[in-house]
Design a protein around this ligand. Structure first.
Ligand SMILES: [Mn+2]
Length: 331
């Protein structure tokens, strides 16, 4: 049996016994992006009445897709999460470590973590840690359903997972054969009009104050030759992802967006495909930043983040210093 199919059967066995144990909480990570929400809702839909998708937050795209697929997602209060007394199992989707969930779990309930991030990986508390080095958790959930629960893959599940794959691969910009194969299988049914679906996802218009905030962040952009890399960086109060994407379109090898909120600093970084193939690995850089500055850091070679209590200027100069020290490899 290949590693892939043995991972999937291990997950299947775990979930089968979970269903027998009673109520299952399928928990998303605290930022509530489309991948985590889509994966949680699709899995809970398939597992049936005993499973509930829940978490602290849903992003605006996720909110829209949850509404249009008539999926059920339960928002929880991170300070006082209410768990059923009979809770039998917890499945965490798309979180690199327990801290990314943003709430504590009841003692003694078996946990299964399904995740595709590098870094973090602090799932020693989990009974089962199902990890693949791929571009979205939605692909992993789809691989499982496609193998063991094909009959339960309905239109709603397909849309939830497809949206997760589309957003986590940056609209397929950093997809690989597995993401593309999953997406292809997800759209091959007549009831999914891909064009209309993408339009529906992208109709997620920014409101006026978000547009103003993005414009301000763009007006503060600075460029640096960080060693051999062309870096564009700025501060943003919101929509860091949109700002980072814009900096990439403007030709950055690496884009860095710094956000300072309350007592937390957050770095969001993106690298071009070329930069990644020439040796830039943002996930590793953010992990090493987390070692030096505390906080949490990790992600993927081309898209990664760090958050912690260090001042914004310390975090930013730490990142720039690391990037400056990195030599380009011939691609
Ligand atoms: Mn993800």
């Amino acid at each position: 049996m290949s590693q892939q199919s043995s991972d999937l059967s291990e997950l299947h066995q775990w979930l089968q016994s979970a269903v027998e144990r009673g109520p299952i909480a399928i928990v998303s990570h605290k930022n509530g992006d489309m991948d985590t929400i889509g994966s949680a809702c699709a899995l809970s839909h398939v597992l049936g009445d005993s499973a509930r998708a829940c978490g602290l937050h849903t992003s605006s795209i996720a909110k829209r897709i949850v509404a249009t697929t008539e999926a059920e997602f339960h928002l929880m209060d991170g300070d006082r999460p209410l768990w059923p007394r009979t809770l039998g199992s917890i499945v965490v989707v798309d979180a690199a470590s327990p801290s990314q969930v943003g709430m504590s779990f009841p003692e003694g309930v078996p946990i299964c973590a399904i995740d595709h991030h590098t870094g973090g990986a602090d799932w020693s508390s989990a009974d089962l840690h199902f990890h693949w080095d791929c571009h979205s958790t939605a692909e992993m959930v789809f691989a499982y359903l496609d193998e063991f629960r094909t009959g339960s893959i309905d239109s709603s599940v397909r849309r939830l997972l497809l949206a997760g794959v589309i957003t986590d691969t940056g609209r397929f910009r950093h997809a690989d054969s597995r993401s593309l194969a999953a997406a292809s299988k997800l759209v091959e049914h007549d009831d999914l009009d891909y064009h209309a679906f993408v339009e529906e996802m992208e109709s997620n218009e920014l409101n006026h104050s978000q547009k103003v905030a993005i414009a301000k962040a763009l007006s503060r952009v600075e460029s640096i030759d960080a060693g051999e890399w062309f870096l564009l960086h700025t501060r943003a109060g919101t929509n860091e992802g949109v700002v980072a994407r814009t900096l990439m379109s403007a030709g950055a090898d690496v884009a860095l967006v710094v956000r300072r909120a309350k007592d937390e600093t957050r770095l969001v970084a993106r690298a071009s495909r070329k930069a990644v193939s020439e040796g830039c690995n943002l996930g590793e850089m953010m992990e090493s930043l987390a070692v030096r500055l505390d906080g949490e850091g990790g992600g993927h070679p081309g898209a990664a983040g760090w958050s912690g209590e260090a001042p914004a200027v310390t975090a930013r100069s730490g990142f720039i210093a690391d990037l400056s020290g990195l030599r380009r490899k011939p691609s």
